[in-house]
Design a protein. Structure first.
Length: 467
């Protein structure tokens, strides 16, 4: 484990231990929710009174949710990049502790912070840092490593390397030692291995894209039937991937690898390290890290992060029922969005493709739809979806997605959106592969052109290399 980060986590734990009461201000996605639940549980166990507030984004409007009281304000999975806002809000360095993995904004007030980026650790999410703090508060908090893994996976920290690496991987080991995480390696790199019939799981998988199987559950079923593996249980119900015998899984994986090779595709993304939670019931979304994270994201997308937090804290009653309902609803709305994008069609510029969905879909979900649409459209061009924010009609929410192919050629959506949005008086952020921005509604055209120009510049070295 990186010593500097551990030292900062220890310092944060000491600061928290001195506090009479704490307010956690966290982000509404899977990482933000798991982060909040790790800290809320660790603090409650230590007898510290804690209140939580979730925000979609830390912007001026959201600051009214930060109470003006004596509590220590713990900004988690956000805050690092908004320190001037904290300062403008009148918060002193003594009132604040930031636990974040985003790039820090230079600020006149020296807010104490635990940030993995300070130590060159880029593949760790806020939940991972929160876990280190929780462990510094009390080593008995090792059971919370599981939630840190959910947050890390939810924030795509396992994506690039098909598994968690570095200090985030060390946290996995804590969970394995505690007994609530089982590492499967190598495992199929597809979503839904604990809940979906195998052909559905494969049919929905598009990273890697497998010809004849991706985007076709019937194609996937035909493929599996030819292999002669048993796909149903004795009662006639479909088995999920996790329930297949080891030999059948191996047979399927090698056939999938052959299918990829036969179509001239790389096989390196077929397998991944996955994280199973043996203390959760089988055939539920709580059974593995990626489905658990998706459940939490669904709670956030429907503006009910506290439901997700309750689940992280062990509620398997009302909260779990509510979340499952949202997850089901969430998928159908995303399906509708995907269909809308495909039916309506995108406008293609030289280096990007875009569509405006107006106020048809919640702005919180358009990014997911964009990601799903990309593999069915021209996957070489990053996709941009613009949406009207229902509660703020003057503001347009922009979501962009691209893929590993474009990243390898120099594309950085975070960089592109930060630069282009700043030029029109907006604000952007995110990651190389997925980023978002808020822009004034009357600056749309200028903004889209700006992003296209920046992408052209980013692609340029690879473009000349290919020709
Ligand atoms: Mn995060």
């Amino acid at each position: 484990m990186e010593m500097g980060l551990e030292r900062d986590a220890r310092r944060a734990a000491d600061r928290i231990a001195e506090a009479e009461s704490v307010t956690i201000i966290s982000h509404i996605d899977a990482d933000g929710i798991s982060t909040e639940s790790i800290l809320a549980q660790a603090l409650a166990r230590a007898g510290i009174s804690v209140t939580s507030v979730f925000v979609r984004q830390l912007e001026p409007m959201a600051m009214r949710h930060v109470p003006k009281d004596d509590s220590l304000k713990l900004f988690t999975d956000l805050g690092a990049g908004q320190q001037i806002l904290l300062s403008d809000h009148g918060l002193d360095a003594d009132d604040v502790l930031i636990i974040d993995h985003h790039v820090s904004q230079p600020c006149g007030t020296a807010y104490p912070q635990v940030n993995c980026l300070d130590f060159g650790i880029t593949r760790m999410s806020a939940a991972g840092i929160a876990y280190l703090v929780a462990k510094a508060i009390d080593p008995a908090n090792a059971d919370l490593a599981k939630l840190a893994v959910v947050g890390n996976v939810g924030d795509m920290m396992a994506r690039e390397n098909c598994g968690l690496v570095g200090p985030a991987r060390d946290i996995v080991q804590d969970g394995v030692a505690y007994g609530n995480i089982v590492v499967q390696k190598p495992d199929l790199n597809c979503y839904g291995t604990s809940t979906r019939p195998v052909h559905v799981c494969l049919g929905y998988c598009d990273d890697p894209y497998i010809d004849g199987i991706s985007n076709s559950t019937t194609g996937a079923l035909r493929f599996l039937e030819k292999l002669g593996v048993t796909l149903k249980n004795p009662q006639g119900g479909w088995l999920v991937w996790e329930e297949l015998p080891f030999d059948d899984r191996r047979t399927i994986i090698s056939a999938l690898a052959q299918q990829l090779i036969a179509h001239g595709r790389e096989t390196d993304r077929l397998l991944a390290e996955t994280y199973i939670f043996p203390d959760e019931p089988g055939r539920t979304v709580l059974r593995n890290a990626s489905e658990y994270a998706t459940l939490l994201n669904a709670c956030g997308r429907w503006a009910k992060p506290k439901v997700g937090s309750s689940i992280c804290c062990g509620d398997r009653g009302d909260a779990y029922r509510d979340a499952e309902y949202m997850l089901a609803h969430h998928r159908s709305v995303i399906r509708d969005l995907l269909q809308y994008i495909l039916d309506t069609g995108v406008t293609e510029l030289s280096h990007l493709q875009y569509i405006h969905t107006g106020d048809r879909f919640p702005d919180t979900i358009v990014g997911i739809g964009a990601g799903m649409a990309l593999s069915k459209l021209n996957w070489r061009k990053p996709i941009m979806v613009l949406a009207v924010m229902v509660d703020e009609p003057e503001v347009i929410k922009v979501s962009m997605r691209t893929n590993e192919w474009a990243i390898a050629r120099g594309v950085d959506l975070q960089g592109a959106l930060v630069e282009a949005s700043a030029a029109v008086g907006g604000a952007g952020g995110g990651h190389r592969i997925a980023a978002g921005a808020f822009i004034p509604h009357d600056a749309e055209e200028e903004f889209i052109d700006g992003v296209n120009r920046i992408l052209k510049r980013q692609f340029a070295p690879a473009d000349t290399g290919d020709s």
